[in-house]
Design a protein around this ligand. Structure first.
Ligand code: URA
Length: 248
């Protein structure tokens, strides 16, 4: 890769607010040898650009990540934002729920999953836990989204928006280091696993994110639709599975 392309990569990451990068493999120190400069020595190969995972690999707190996000204008979603919705709950939770992106209520309050879908999610977590003999309240887990600003008309986030905001989700997960992740719906499943299949294919199966077990289930908004009542039963099954895995 030539110097111009490397500079473009670095400028791109700088525009995203990333001010540190990792080399893929450390270069061994070169012993200083007194020799005549070689004539037209070939250029050493350029390091590969850092991957998202490498960039997320630094231990940091959620507060540091939130500070880094700041008054984010890294993608177009900021234009319609009232409040940025970072995440809520127990910073040391062994279980993290990841949704798609804030809706109108979340955008107004700055807290994820507080609208109708959020109320259903809270009920599902607390009632399933209670039935299964697990002491658990919503505030004991951590809840966040793939994108932190509300997409207009609640549309699905664009790949570029998920790519840009995804770095913060990755950093949140690295900071929390949960025992398991529950991806709510296809967007979260895609963002975290790269799987392209629909949620009906992926749900209920253990996948993983960076060696952390990840279970996909239906998004609570989907469960609110009257014609999706069968999915509700399956979502309860999924939730039981993930709760027992984490808290037994
Ligand atoms: N839907 C989501 O995906 N996230 C929220 O925070 C609210 C609704």
């Amino acid at each position: 890769m030539d110097a111009e392309r490397i500079r473009n990569y670095l400028e791109f990451y700088q525009d995203l607010g990333i001010d540190w990068v990792y080399r893929r493999t450390p270069t061994p120190p070169v012993a200083a040898v007194e020799t005549a400069p070689a004539a037209a020595a070939p250029e050493p190969p350029a390091p590969a650009p850092p991957t998202r995972i490498e960039m997320a690999d630094r231990a940091e707190t959620l507060t540091q990540i939130l500070t880094d996000i700041g008054d984010c204008k890294r993608c177009a979603l900021h234009q319609g934002r009232n409040k940025l919705v970072f995440g809520v709950g127990n910073e040391k939770s062994p279980l993290v729920f990841v949704g798609e992106g804030p809706g109108a209520d979340e955008d107004a309050q700055g807290i994820p999953f507080v609208g109708r879908a959020g109320q259903l999610l809270t009920q599902m977590i607390e009632n399933t836990a209670k039935k299964e003999g697990i002491q658990l309240k919503r505030e004991d887990v951590y809840i966040c989204n793939v994108v932190k600003c509300r997409p207009p008309e609640n549309r699905t986030p664009e790949p570029v928006e998920m790519e840009i905001c995804g770095q913060f989700l990755y950093r949140q997960l690295v900071a929390i280091k949960p025992k398991a992740i529950c991806a709510l719906g296809g967007t979260a499943a895609r963002a975290l696993t790269g799987h392209k299949e629909g949620v009906t294919k992926l749900r209920g199966k253990w996948l993983s994110w960076k060696d952390i077990p990840l279970l996909v289930t239906f998004h609570p908004s989907y469960l609110l639709r009257p014609y999706n009542q069968d999915a509700k039963r399956e979502a309860w099954e999924d939730l039981k599975k993930v709760l027992h895995f984490v808290y037994d």
